[in-house]
Design a binder for this molecule. Structure first.
Ligand code: AMP
Ligand code: MN
Ligand code: MN
Ligand code: MN
Length: 283
């Protein structure tokens, strides 16, 4: 059903969101979400709580995560849906992907100190809910608290991104590995927010064709960071590559996210909704 209110992308305190899985479930249900997934970055530690909270709120639930990948020198995010969250190879892969965040964070802090901003590592840690998952988002919250920037959007424009203080290049998982961890655990791999990558047309084509060759099956079409024109554009791309279409807010926090849970428009017509492929994995 293309009009199902499915929200298959958001973050809790288990990664870089500010709400607990239970608070997110309550908010999603209040906004009319019927099928929900919590997709914390490189983590499945919140899955049991999310599934239980979804059940208590009367929503259907599908397991989720968002894996950080390096492809053609750019960070790409691959959402996994409907996998077995106890799968050992998936858990080991995510653990390895999380590794290195601590050292990266200390380097980010050193760069920020050199730019005159002291104590960023300790400041960011105050916002961290999962010690294995310190992210740029936690630094962004500290820089707002410290009065350096007005909001986290300004932080990412002035700091933490390529060419700005606090950006530390990082090598994440390989595309093939990320897709295999997800599909090996019985799940469906989905390219997250494709319009956000700074790829040439050739690089984007390579991403989609290699993803498909590795066994990827979906792409986010309607997501919090896409424009209406981008919904149409990636609906076309989904059809061109024979991929199912996903919908997810990418909600992180009431104070920071422009798009709330369950509030995006429905998928455009003539695409296969990813939940059609997930039917036997929904609980
Ligand atoms: P990391 O995995 O540590 O590199 O952090 C990536 C996270 O930073 C993303 O998942 C977003 O939550 C956040 N982020 C990245 N770019 C921006 C931006 N321009 N504005 C706000 N948040 C951003
Ligand atoms: Mn995030
Ligand atoms: Mn993402
Ligand atoms: Mn996300």
């Amino acid at each position: 059903m293309p009009t199902l209110n499915a929200d298959l992308h958001c973050h809790s305190v288990v990664s870089d969101g500010t709400l607990t899985p239970e608070q997110l479930a309550e908010r999603a249900a209040a906004n009319g979400v019927a099928l929900w997934s919590l997709t914390d970055h490189d983590e499945v530690g919140g899955q049991q709580r999310a599934a239980a909270a979804a059940r208590a709120s009367g929503m259907r639930y599908v397991t989720g995560t968002e894996v950080s990948v390096t492809f053609a020198g750019e960070t790409v995010h691959i959402v996994g849906l409907g996998f077995d969250a106890d799968d050992e190879a998936l858990r080991a892969g995510l653990r390895a992907t999380r590794g290195g965040r601590g050292a990266r964070a200390r380097e980010m802090s050193e760069q920020l100190a050199a730019a005159g901003i002291e104590g960023a590592y300790e400041g960011a840690l105050k916002y961290v809910g999962n010690p294995e998952l310190i992210s740029r988002t936690h630094f962004a919250r500290f820089l707002v608290e410290a009065g350096v920037c007005r909001d986290t959007g300004e932080v990412f424009r002035r700091f933490l991104t390529e060419g700005h203080p606090g950006f530390v290049p990082h090598r994440w998982a390989g595309l093939r590995d990320a897709v295999r961890w997800i599909t090996g655990a019985g799940g469906i791999a989905v390219i997250a927010h494709p319009a956000r990558y700074r790829f040439t047309a050739n690089e984007e084509y390579a991403l989609f064709s290699e993803f498909k060759a590795h066994g990827g099956q979906g792409v986010e079409v309607v997501t919090g960071s896409h424009t209406v024109a981008e919904y149409a554009r990636y609906a076309d791309t989904a059809r061109e590559f024979g991929l199912a279409a996903s919908r997810g807010s990418d909600f992180h926090s009431p104070g920071e996210s422009h798009t709330d849970l369950g509030q995006l428009p429905p998928l455009p017509g003539a695409v296969t909704p990813v939940w059609d492929l997930l039917a036997d994995r929904i609980r």
